[in-house]
Design a protein around this ligand. Structure first.
Ligand code: FES
Ligand SMILES: [Fe+2]
Length: 453
């Protein structure tokens, strides 16, 4: 990191041994991991500063200068398409006194001009104009004062991720078996996917992990938490039939903390009728595989560790931005297949709005639960009482047709996987804790493949 001759007392960044706070093999979690500020600061250093973090969908960058402002952990970043049609991810923070250089959510620009004193940066983050530069000494070199950029930006099926660790394993390796499950959502259409309707953003009282682990592992809550929503959507108004409510299915977990779960049935279908009628399931079986169509193509939930999640049935992708131990900001996009005709797009978009997003009847149930679990996590007796993640302990197995380690639909296997990965990263020094030579990287060299829009 560009710190020149500055040094800092180690105590300011000291790490805790948190390895005993989760027990993935026994299915136990210490509630203080959701409420403790020191644990949270360590997550920023050891999880968010070194993991592949979702940035945006490729469709958001149409021409050089297109930009989108988001966060990596709590750091504001600008994703921008440069003149070589590469997506660059720049720390949105002026090198002079630290104001943001971009305050718009998204748009198009030629450069980013800080509104404090006027330092201007180009689309690659180079400092290209300094008002009254003659007042600086002659050895002041603007080339030393460009915006900090993420050394690694890679994409998979239209999903752009970035990583602060120059030596991180490639995105596709980090996704591993999870790619097969993502494909069932993002690779139905040979034309690819697009995003519509902007990004919905809202704040929830709850630790980011509550949402991330639920989307990785939790079908269990559906019948209870969403009982009224299921009742409203059922044709009779009396709720779904028992065989729909108690479905069988598969849960996927891996050693990277990724997770997905979904019912498996030969006649799985999309919930919105026009969307169901639009899809040619035989074509999809051929393009993907019968197992993907029976399972993760439609209903289900998934998380790419740490904080990117999605729901295939309504085309919702979302990030759980951490905002301190007790709060998260949810950002949600609607993704559609590019070939969908207008009326099907509309049906899918409206179905998404009705069910998920800030006004969605399912989303509100979920947010309520996370806030409920968070509300008293800081209290003494509650904070000292372990939580139970023991559903499906020991059921992890290989299953024909479904890559990776699997468990049943009703299982905490992927939740235990989230916390196993959490413990591993929280207990291992990250790139910025190692000597400076491991940190240097030329982003222009690392990002060899232009992410063309
Ligand atoms: S803080 Fe940006 S120019 Fe001074
Ligand atoms: Fe839910």
């Amino acid at each position: 990191m560009p710190r020149g001759g500055l040094t800092r007392p180690e105590a300011l960044d000291s790490n805790l041994d948190v390895s005993g706070m989760v027990d993935p093999d026994g299915g136990l979690v210490d509630r203080r991991i959701f409420s403790d500020t020191a644990v949270y600061r360590q997550e920023m250093r050891r999880i968010f500063a070194r993991s592949w973090l979702f940035i945006a969908h490729m469709d958001q960058f149409q021409k050089p200068g297109s930009f989108f402002q988001t966060y990596m952990g709590e750091d504001p970043v600008i994703a921008v398409l440069n003149k070589k049609r590469q997506v660059r991810v720049l720390l949105n923070n002026c090198r002079h006194r630290g104001a943001r250089v971009c305050r718009a959510d998204e748009g198009a620009t030629k450069n980013f001009i800080c509104t404090y004193h006027g330092w201007a940066y180009d689309l690659d983050g180079n400092l290209v104009d300094v008002p009254a530069q003659e007042a600086y000494a002659s050895d002041f070199n603007p080339a030393d004062w460009g915006l900090v950029s993420a050394p690694r930006v890679e994409s998979y099926k239209g999903l752009i991720f970035a990583n602060w660790d120059a030596n991180a394993e490639p995105l596709e390796d980090a996704l591993g078996d999870m790619k097969w499950y993502i494909d069932a959502f993002m690779d139905r259409d040979p034309e690819g996917t697009c995003v519509v309707g902007g990004v919905a953003k809202w704040v929830l009282e709850g630790n980011w992990k509550l949402a991330a682990e639920q989307f990785a592992t939790d079908w269990y809550h559906v019948n209870m938490s969403h009982a009224s929503a299921l009742m409203v959507l059922s044709p009779t108004g009396k709720g779904p039939k028992k065989e729909i409510a108690m479905r069988t299915g598969v849960q996927f977990t891996d050693d990277r903390g990724n997770g997905a779960g979904f019912p498996v049935h030969p006649r799985n279908r999309f919930d919105a009728q026009p969307v169901h009628e639009y899809y040619d399931y035989d074509f999809l079986r051929e393009r993907l595989s019968p197992e993907q169509v029976m399972g993760p193509l439609t209903n289900g939930h998934a998380t790419v560790f740490p904080n990117f999640s999605y729901l295939p049935v309504n085309g919702s992708i979302r990030v759980w931005h951490p905002k301190g131990p007790n709060k998260m900001e949810v950002w949600s996009w609607t993704v559609l297949d590019k070939s969908m005709p207008e009326e099907v797009r509309r049906a899918q978009r409206l179905y998404n709005l009705r069910t998920f997003g800030p006004s969605g009847i399912f989303e509100q149930d979920d947010g309520e639960n996370w806030s409920e679990c968070q509300a008293n996590a800081h209290a003494f007796m509650i904070g000292n009482t372990a939580l139970n993640y023991q559903m499906g302990l020991g059921t992890e197995t290989q299953r024909d047709g479904f890559p990776g380690t699997t468990s049943g639909l009703y299982s905490d296997a992927a939740g235990r996987g989230v916390y196993r990965r959490w413990r591993e990263l929280m207990s291992t020094p990250a790139w910025h804790e190692t000597p400076a030579e491991n940190q240097a990287a030329d982003p222009a060299e690392l990002q060899q493949e232009p992410l063309g829009a």
